[in-house]
Ligand binder design. Structure first.
Ligand SMILES: [Zn+2]
Length: 391
C-alpha cells in the first residue's frame, strides 16, 4: 500500500487555530503550563482528536493522548508539548502536536494498517516556566515513570530547530542525532580587595580581571576542543564589593556549556578547570569551580535516526543530520524507548518569540516526513511482522 499524503491546508489551519488560544493583542502566545489558556488548548486538542475519530484521554499529570478506538499496542508515539513560554511563537511544541494529529488522521482516513499502532501525545509542561514546575519536561518524565511507557515501542518528535544552523546551511529537513548534554557551573575568583587608586596594576590580586579573562577565554577554549560539537555561555557576572574605586576581591561567573557527546563534556571539564586555574594564578587569585547542574547527552536510537534520515532524503536533497542544542521531551523519552527527532528550519533562528516562523512548505514537508518515518518505524517493529507484508 502506498503512503498517504497529509492534508496540508488542514494542518496549517489547525496550527493557526491553536495559535489563537492564549494569544495576546500582538499575536504572542501565553500558554504557560496550567494556565487557563493551556487548559483551554488541551480541551481543544481533545476535541480535535475526537473529530478525527480518535479516542482521547488525559493522564493524571495532564498529558493528552489520542489513538484509534481499536488501537493495539505497542505504539509508536508521536507528539510534542502544548505549553509555551510567556510571549511565545506559534510553532515551538504546537507544530509537533498538530503534525502528529494530522499524521494519525491521514493514516486513519487512508485505512492504513499502521494507524492502529500509532498513538499521539500533547505533553504537559515541557518549558518549566510555571513557578510550581520543577524545571520542565514534566509530562514526558511522568510518562516515563508510569506503566503506560511499557505500551510504547518508540517515540518520534517533530520540532522547529529554534536556532539558525539549518537556515544558514540552506536545509529543509534535519534528522536529529541526539540532544546535547548541558552543565552549569559557578566560577568564583578570589583575590585581594584593595584601593583602586593606591594599588598599581602589577601589585594587585584583581578577581574581576581574572573573571573577565576567564569569560573571554571560554569561546576559544570551546572551539579549540571542537568547533561544532560544543557551545558555551557566560550569562552572569558579579564583582564584589562592586564599586568603581575598589579592586574586586571576589568575582563570580555563571557558566553553561553544552556538548554533543559525553567525551566532549569530559574534555571541557578538564580544560575549564586547568585553563581557569592558570589564569587565576597569573592574576594572583584562586579559582573555585562548582557544578550547579548536569543533564547528560541524549543519544537517539541509531536505527530510528537512520530511518528518519532516509525519509528526509527522499523528500529533499537539502538534508543534513544535526544535534539539538535545545532540550526536548525526546531527551526524556530516549531514556526509556528508542527515540528520534526531526527538525525544520526556524526563520532567522528565532524562537521563544512572537516572530517565530517557518515557511509553510517546510512545515508541510516536515509533517509528511513524520508520517513516513512513523510508518517505517511501525513496520520495522518486530512485534508487527504482518505489517511488513501489508506494506
Ligand atoms: Zn519545544
Amino acid at each position: 500500500m502506498h503512503t498517504p499524503m497529509i492534508d496540508a491546508p488542514r494542518m496549517l489551519t489547525e496550527l493557526t487555530h491553536l495559535a489563537q488560544i492564549g494569544a495576546g493583542a500582538d499575536g504572542a502566545i501565553h500558554r504557560v503550563a496550567g494556565s487557563r489558556a493551556d487548559l483551554a488548548a488541551r480541551d481543544w486538542l481533545s476535541k480535535t482528536m475526537k473529530v478525527a475519530g480518535l479516542t482521547g484521554h488525559r493522564d493524571e499529570i495532564g498529558n493528552v493522548y489520542g489513538r484509534l478506538p481499536d488501537a493495539e499496542g505497542p505504539y509508536v508515539l508521536l507528539g510534542s508539548h502544548a505549553d509555551t513560554v510567556p510571549a511565545a511563537g506559534h510553532l515551538d511544541g504546537a507544530y509537533g502536536v498538530i503534525a502528529a494529529i494530522e499524521v494519525l488522521r491521514t493514516l486513519v482516513e487512508a485505512g492504513h494498517p499502521a494507524a492502529r499502532h500509532v498513538e499521539i501525545v500533547a505533553f504537559w509542561d515541557e518549558e518549566g516556566v510555571a513557578p510550581e514546575s520543577r524545571g520542565g519536561l514534566t509530562g514526558s518524565t511522568a510518562l516515563c515513570n508510569s506503566p503506560h511507557i511499557e505500551d510504547i515501542s518508540a517515540y518520534l518528535e517533530l520540532h522547529v530547530e529554534q536556532g539558525p544552523r539549518m537556515e544558514a546551511g540552506g536545509l529543509d529537513l534535519s534528522p536529529v542525532t541526539g540532544i546535547v548534554g548541558v552543565e552549569r557551573y559557578e566560577v568564583t575568583m578570589r583575590g585581594q580587595e584593595n584601593h583602586a587608586g593606591a594599588s598599581p596594576f602589577h601589585l594587585r590580586a584583581d578577581a574581576g580581571r581574572a573573571a573577565t579573562r576567564a569569560a573571554a577565554a571560554l569561546m576559544p577554549l570551546c572551539q579549540d576542543i571542537d568547533p561544532v560539537g560544543i557551545i558555551g555561555n557566560i550569562g552572569a557576572c558579579t564583582f564584589s564589593p562592586g564599586a568603581a574605586n575598589v579592586v574586586p576581591g571576589e568575582a563570580t561567573l555563571q557558566l553553561e556549556v553544552r556538548a554533543t557527546t559525553e567525551d566532549l563534556l569530559q574534555q571541557l571539564r578538564t580544560r575549564i578547570r586547568r585553563d581557569f586555574a592558570a589564569l587565576a594564578e597569573e592574576e594572583g587569585c584562586t579559582c573555585e569551580i562548582r557544578r550547579i547542574s548536569a543533564k547528560p547527552v541524549a543519544a537517539f536510537d541509531p536505527e530510528i535516526v537512520e530511518t528518519v534520515e532516509k525519509v528526509c532524503r527522499a523528500a529533499s536533497d537539502r538534508v543534513a543530520p544535526m544535534a539539538s542544542y535545545a532540550g526536548h521531551d525526546a531527551s526524556v523519552m530516549s531514556t526509556r524507548v528508542p527515540t528520534g527527532m526531526l527538525f525544520v528550519p526556524s526563520t532567522s533562528g528565532i524562537s521563544h518569540n512572537v516572530l517565530e516562523h517557518t515557511p509553510d512548505h517546510q512545515l508541510v514537508m516536515g509533517a509528511q516526513a513524520l508520517l513516513e518515518a512513523a510508518v517505517s518505524v511501525v513496520q520495522a517493529g518486530s512485534a508487527l511482522p504482518a505489517l511488513t507484508v501489508a506494506a
